[in-house]
Design a protein around this ligand. Structure first.
Ligand SMILES: *Cc1c(COP(=O)(O)O)cnc(C)c1O
Length: 359
């Protein structure tokens, strides 16, 4: 069978070149006579892999020296707990903007350890926009301010960041890491599960400013302290070694493509083509206000559930898979991460145009 165009929200497609490289090195990595899967994480070989992954990530994101890069496990969902456990240092208060399911979960988890101030929410319109923020509602002595930068389920993203002054800005970038340029120095902490834009599921990237690492409550499990992993170079316990290796290959691929600025241009072009089509279509409609539309996740509907079903079935048949929308939005969602070639988006648009004519 041929490979399909996979529009899954995550785990999602990886660049074909990366899969082929991993395949060619599967049985014998760099003349070690073994697969990276079989390799001790205490070897020079594995050290070279994790070092390379870190240095490429630092280069591609322009991560300043006073930030640590950690390769952890437990997904972005574990960060919902690690962030408050490590960052609730003084007031034990945090500001949250509620823009969807992930920020709701993150806020609920923080609330177990401190006080959460929900400064704004877009729940009133099924999270179809990013709420305008009024800085007078921000808590000046909060320990952190949390946003979900790109909302994977609802298809919104911030186009400008809140000015939180001295309060560290924390962002969940699971679904837009390396898709667009970001000024890391504007954040106290960034975290991302890797399975959307970076690697297979199993590794979670945390980028955290040095001064935010340190004291945690006595009850905090060792594995949930940033200091544990920062001091051990992410090798306190066995890391998800093979995921980190594929992550390194993806970072090499991105670097060879020209880096994040080049990728951002490509992503803007792909997303624009898709939104332009949705805006011109009489059958398909985007669900998000134009100014807050995500570059990565594009939900859309026909307004008729039967027609949605028919479309998804016929698209799947034609090799455009995983287009079913999240149950909370319905309809369809096309996730077009870095690894989705422009050709895949253009072919999907052609298919939708044809479907629209025939129905
Ligand atoms: C997928 C996703 C999560 C959950 O990630 P896990 O790695 O499954 O815990 C959290 N936040 C965002 C924005 C996501 O896209």
């Amino acid at each position: 069978m041929e490979r399909v165009y996979n529009f899954s929200a995550g785990p999602s497609m990886l660049p074909l070149e990366v899969l082929k490289k991993a395949q060619s090195e599967m049985l014998n990595w760099n003349n070690t006579g073994m697969s990276v899967m079989e390799m001790s994480h205490r070897t020079k070989s594995f050290d070279s892999i994790i070092q390379k992954a870190e240095s490429l990530l630092r280069k591609l994101m322009g991560i300043p020296d006073n930030y640590k890069v950690l390769f952890l496990q437990g997904g972005a969902s574990t960060q919902f707990a690690m962030v408050p456990l490590n960052l609730f240092k003084k007031s034990k208060k945090a500001d949250f903007v509620i823009t969807g399911a992930w920020s709701k979960k993150a806020a609920a988890e923080s609330e177990k350890y401190g006080t959460v101030n929900r400064v704004a929410s877009s729940a009133d319109k099924t999270f179809s926009y990013i709420p305008k923020l009024d800085p007078s509602t921000f808590d000046k002595d909060a320990d952190f301010f949390h946003i979900t930068y790109n909302n994977t389920i609802y298809g919104t993203r911030y186009t400008s960041l809140p000015d939180t002054g001295n309060v560290p800005l924390v962002a969940d970038i699971s679904s837009n890491i390396l898709s667009q340029e970001m000024d890391v120095s504007k954040f106290g902490l960034l975290y991302a599960g890797a399975q959307k834009n970076l690697a297979p599921a199993g590794v979670t990237i945390v980028i955290v400013r040095d001064d935010l690492i340190g004291e945690t409550p006595d009850f905090c499990p060792t594995m949930l302290k940033y200091s544990t992993h920062a001091e051990a170079g992410s090798l306190y316990n066995t890391p998800p070694a093979y995921c980190i290796y594929v992550c390194m290959l993806v970072l090499e691929w991105l670097d060879e493509m020209g880096g994040v600025a080049v990728m951002q241009k490509k992503n803007e072009k792909k997303a624009k083509a898709f939104y332009d089509y949705l805006d011109s279509s009489k059958m398909f409609k985007g669900t998000v206000v134009p100014e807050d539309r995500s570059l990565m996740n594009i939900p859309f509907v026909t307004g008729n559930e039967e027609l949605d079903k028919k479309f998804i079935a016929e698209a799947t048949e034609a090799g455009f898979v995983s287009l079913k929308g999240h149950r909370s939005v319905g309809g369809m969602r096309a996730s077009i991460y870095n690894a989705m070639p422009e050709e895949g988006v253009m072919k999907l648009i052609d298919f939708m145009t044809k479907f629209e004519k025939e129905n």
